[in-house]
Design a protein around this ligand. Structure first.
Ligand code: NAI
Ligand SMILES: CC(C)CCC[C@@H](C)[C@H]1CC[C@H]2[C@@H]3[C@H](O)CC4=CC(=O)CC[C@]4(C)[C@H]3CC[C@]12C
Length: 369
């Protein structure tokens, strides 16, 4: 009877449901949560593909709204059993002001928590980030660490700072009484760098490579490991956590989990080449072509130009002092906490994840011609 009309009783809300990760969470819920009756997709901008999802057995409701507007959030949350809060302003390039980042990421999350409390929603899953831990600006390596590995988290950049504050709000809300007198159960998932179908930065690297005659130039030593996780597995973790929070509230409530899978440990650039290579690009150099001090200089120059040009135009290149430190500092996780706490196993093998990402990139290539 799984999936039949009688078994379908739950209402889920996914904030940021039209984003890169959000879309995968939405599609995964429709495929793998047979108890779903209604799926609310809340986003600043609703995507056209939502319409195609409205023909199935689950009622899919698109809600155009802003997480920083408390009344809009409360209206969307009211009557939902579970909230998966993925909405966020992902900006490490200086496109948005620090104030806007805080408003969306911190105030928006506070609004979600308060809406749960006011309206009686008991289960809240928050998409946090590896960035709440690091890499820190001192460039300390985090080598295959887990949720308990000590690390000096120093947040000066608005994005990681806002994600850390938001994560704390979510975890501190665990156990608060919601309307109706039952306790709120919350937890936070911390993906490392997500990749897969729809990944904008991968798209940017691909187009940059095409502009450079099919070449990219190595900037980071191959020995610097950067944690990556496939978007389908991150979505699957969200679906599992949302399902299991009810049954394992005492164990999982207030906990953080890194998102991990079997993606190999590699440098940021070598990992990208797993997909860009089969699309015809080549990474030039076995060692960085430019010395590190020159990259630091260029990154600083970019930051200066951004500041000088701000009154006239938005200059926000990929390279800045923050992204250089993140890309140039080892940060990888090795943990089985999600497996121990709620039986998580990656749904997609590394081979599947790789193939799916390559096919997406090749499709993007032909649709651009
Ligand atoms: N992309 C990555 O590598 C990682 C992302 N994350 C987190 O995962 C979450 C999703 O990130 P992505 O899918 O990569 O980003 P994204 O930018 O593709 O998706 C974010 C979604 O949130 C929506 N949104 C932004 N501001 C909003 C607002 N004020 N009200 C309502 N909706 C709003 C956007 O319209 C977008 O659809 C974020 O919370 C991010 O911090 C965490 C770790 C790594
Ligand atoms: C040309 C440079 C030397 C290399 C630029 C690469 C950078 C743009 C990216 C390297 C590492 C990425 C970040 C990392 O994967 C962790 C992240 C987690 C998040 O929650 C959001 C995205 C990001 C900050 C991601 C952003 C791009 C990089 C900095």
């Amino acid at each position: 009877m799984a999936g039949s009309a009688e078994a379908r009783k739950l209402v889920y809300l996914v904030t940021g449901g039209c984003g890169f990760l959000g879309e995968h969470v939405v599609r995964m819920l429709l495929e793998r949560e047979p108890r779903l009756r209604e799926l609310r997709v809340f986003d600043l901008h609703l995507s056209p593909w939502l319409e195609e999802l409205k023909t199935g057995p689950v009622q899919v409701t698109g809600i155009q709204g802003d997480v920083s507007e408390a009344h809009e959030v409360a209206a969307a949350v009211s009557g939902a059993h579970v909230v998966i809060h993925t909405a966020g302003l992902v900006d490490v390039f200086g496109r948005a002001s620090p104030e806007t980042i805080y408003k969306v990421n911190v105030q928006g999350t506070q609004n979600v928590v308060e809406a749960c409390v006011q309206t009686g929603t008991r289960f809240l899953v928050y998409t946090s980030s590896m960035e709440v831990v690091g890499p820190n600006i001192k460039g300390h390596p985090f080598y295959r660490g887990n949720e308990d590995t000590p690390y000096e988290a120093v947040h000066e950049h608005p994005y990681p700072h806002s994600k850390a504050q938001a994560e704390r709000l979510v975890l501190e809300a665990n156990g608060r009484m919601v309307h109706g007198g039952l306790p709120l159960v919350t937890c936070a998932l911390r993906p490392t760098g997500i990749y897969g179908e729809g990944h904008q930065i991968m798209r940017d690297f691909y187009h940059q490579g095409l502009r450079l005659g099919g070449r990219l130039f190595r900037a980071i030593p191959a020995s610097v490991e950067h944690g990556r996780v496939y978007v389908g597995n991150v979505a699957w973790m969200h679906v599992l956590v949302a399902r299991e929070l009810e049954h394992r509230a005492a164990l999982m409530g207030g906990q953080v989990y890194f998102c991990y899978d079997k993606s190999p440990y590699k440098s940021y650039e070598d990992f990208n080449m797993e997909f860009l290579g089969p699309c015809g690009l080549r990474l030039v150099g076995t060692r960085p072509l430019l010395p590190y001090w020159l990259l630091v200089l260029l990154a600083t120059l970019n930051a200066l130009l951004q500041w000088l040009l701000r009154p006239l135009l938005l200059y926000a290149p990929l390279l800045n002092p923050y992204t250089l430190v993140v890309a140039n500092t080892t940060f990888t996780v090795s943990t089985n906490k999600a497996q121990r706490h709620f039986g998580y196993e990656p749904l997609f093998s590394w081979e599947d994840s790789r193939t799916r990402t390559i096919l997406w990139m090749q499709g993007m290539d032909s649709s651009a011609q």
